[in-house]
Design a protein around this ligand. Structure first.
Ligand code: FES
Length: 57
């Protein structure tokens, strides 16, 4: 499922970044995948994916 339409970033890509690239918050995710740096509409959803992935670990 696409989370960030502006950059075409999926929930899977976000999970991968959290699990394998040490991303732990929105700022780090933005540095890795540019998520949220255009319109910002995806930030809340992206945060939920980060939180859910961290809880699963
Ligand atoms: Fe992510 Fe616009 S949908 S910055």
């Amino acid at each position: 499922m696409y989370i960030c339409m502006c950059y075409g970033v999926t929930d899977k890509a976000i999970r991968h970044a959290v699990e394998n690239e040490g991303v732990g918050n929105i700022r780090e995710l933005r540095e890795h995948l540019a998520v949220g740096s255009q319109c910002g509409k995806c930030i809340q959803m992206a945060q939920q994916v980060i939180d859910a992935t961290i809880v699963d670990e």
